[in-house]
Design a protein around this ligand. Structure first.
Ligand SMILES: [Zn+2]
Length: 391
């Protein structure tokens, strides 16, 4: 049965709501049944014709006859319904005129976005074009990632490419192939986090969180024949409780160059150039002997302190970052141990024919020094007030 506007006897909010709902469901039903321009004209006349259209009727039957104390609420309700009816009729007209598909669902009635826009504008009044626009915060690189990109960038300019590998590694790639035999004491220095439940596997297949990015050296040499020049950025994990200078997760960048006739002179020249590119052309470098299982000989690289310029003092105060020595250790390096090449010998890395150097540095520590931050934990706590200083 077609909808007819009832006379209201009850003007309570609940009764008004119910009457409005009945009207809206009739509107929805009838607008949904419109299937041609002629049907739309009939639909339009029935709902919005000035003389006896449904909108006119609710004005007469509901608003005009409402008791004085209900007039305000009834008036608001009638206005609201009037807008929805006009909008729905308008949507049908637009649809028939343009054939455009409709985009927004409002009260279950499909309405073109433009019509909804018009409705919204009428509801909220004119748009004040002098109001400031919506400000969207712009993100920035995290200081550690920024430092990492800078370091990688220096080596990319020298012709190095970037290699990456898994964070969950096997014992073989993390230790054995890097010349840490089982039970070698150097393994103890790495405080490894092992994956649980691996005891039934042979040791070389057991999984762990990589303690350095060095496994990617082996993985890359397995895939690419010499010559190679790669840098390997990534996260590594060790069982270190978090404090001002330690974190169970941190970042490393490792480098590897292998070719025929690579010498320690190439290592020194490359790293000296890289340090000047990173910390300024006035820094001096110096190498001190060290030990790593996968390089022989091995060294630690120091640069003149870029905080105090090598004097060990800041004004009359001692320079803390370099412990007043004027030197800061930045990385470990060395010539690739021939034992490491033995593991990838079949892929062209005959230790009698090729040689190479490798180096590795902790990115987080360099970022601490570079930005003058005194606690590593700030980098990983996600406090925007701290991080936005670097944006
Ligand atoms: Zn210093």
């Amino acid at each position: 049965m077609a909808y007819t506007v009832p006379k209201l006897t009850d003007y309570s909010s609940a009764a008004l709501e119910k009457a409005a709902d009945t009207l809206l469901s009739a509107l929805k039903h009838e607008s949904g049944a419109v299937g041609s321009p002629d049907q739309w004209k009939t639909f339009r006349d029935r709902w919005v014709a000035r003389k006896n259209g449904i909108v006119t009727q609710i004005n007469d039957l509901w608003l005009k006859s409402a008791p004085k104390d209900a007039k305000r609420e009834v008036g608001q309700r009638v206005n609201e319904l009037k807008k929805i009816v006009e909008l729905t009729v308008d949507a049908g007209q637009k649809w028939w005129n343009t054939g455009a598909t409709v985009g927004v669902v409002h009260l279950g009635i499909e309405v073109p976005a433009a019509a909804l826009d018009k409705y919204a504008r009428e509801k909220v009044g004119p748009v004040d074009i002098t109001l400031p626009g919506v400000r969207r915060a712009i993100g920035a690189e995290h200081p550690v990632i920024k430092t990492m990109h800078e370091i990688v960038g220096v080596f990319q300019k020298l012709g190095y490419s970037v290699a990456e590998g898994p964070v969950v590694e096997t014992d073989y790639y993390n230790f054995e192939a890097l010349n840490f035999p089982p039970n070698h004491p150097a393994r103890d220095t790495q405080d490894t986090l092992f994956i649980a439940g691996q005891q039934s596997k042979p040791q070389r297949e057991r999984l762990l969180l990589r303690t350095h990015t060095s496994p990617v050296q082996i993985r890359t040499m397995e895939k690419m024949r010499p010559p190679i020049r790669i840098v390997i950025p990534g996260t590594v994990h060790r069982n270190d409780p978090p404090d001002a200078s330690h974190s169970p997760m941190f970042h490393q960048i490792e480098g590897l160059a292998v070719d025929t006739n690579i010498t320690f002179g190439d290592l020194k020249g490359t790293l000296d150039h890289a340090m000047k590119a990173l910390f300024g052309s006035s820094v001096k470098t110096h190498f001190r002997p060290s030990f790593f299982p996968f390089t022989e000989p091995s060294a630690e690289l120091y640069v003149t302190c870029f905080i105090c310029g090598g004097s060990g003092k800041r004004g009359s105060d001692p320079c803390r970052p370099c412990k007043q020595t004027g030197w800061i250790e930045v990385l470990g390096c060395g010539m690739v141990d021939p034992n490491v090449f033995e593991f990838v010998k079949d892929n062209g890395y005959d230790p009698k024919k090729v040689s190479g150097f490798a180096f590795g540095m902790g990115v987080d520590r360099l970022a601490l020094l570079k930005y003058g931050v005194d606690d590593l934990q700030y980098f990983f706590q996600g406090d925007v007030r701290f991080l936005e200083q670097f944006g």
